[in-house]
Write a protein that binds this ligand. Sequence first.
Ligand code: GRF
Length: 197
Amino acid sequence: MKIGVLASHGGSNLQAILDAIRDGRLQAEVTLVISNNPGAFALERARAAGVATAVINGKSHPDDVARDLAIADALATAGVEWVVLAGYMKKLGTHTLTRFRNRVLNIHPALLPKFGGQGMYGMNVHKAVVEAGEKESGPTVHLVDEVYDHGQIVAQAKVPVLPTDTPEELSARVLKAEHELFPATLSRIAKGELRIG
Ligand code: GRF
């Protein structure tokens, strides 16, 4: 299973995937990490693991279509079979989505279909969950299509929301669950245990 990862920031989920591969929990190879953000720590994590990196953004490719094609081409050239969004803050273009239809996964830090959609990212999600008085939350791995947080739900993990939780405390608990769920889900896909698309 050849994986291409797109990440905009810290890349702790990328690290969890790289660690799972290193430890033999996931039979896969990350062949490329793409970021829109040249300062993303995710790029350093990739380099430290000997994984090729690319920065593709509005500066390198001001035209939307050219940028979309550059991303699709870079993934295809790296032999990528599965595209993994791990904290990628940009919307993928139609060329990339068409070329990798049903082969793009995202991780969202709440139990979709609740607490998803435009504007529901980062701490906004956890704030909304705490304010709604939810008793549980947790990450969702889902297929990516043209609509935010909309594609088929592939896997979820639940964590409790404590009455005293701040959004930050909840975020840390969910992120820990993400680091388990994402590599485990990829492993089930690699083994053919999950039907996708
Ligand atoms: C995670 O909370 C994930 O659910 C969301 O973006 C965050 C990425 O964190 N899509 P990291 O960059 O993997 O540390």
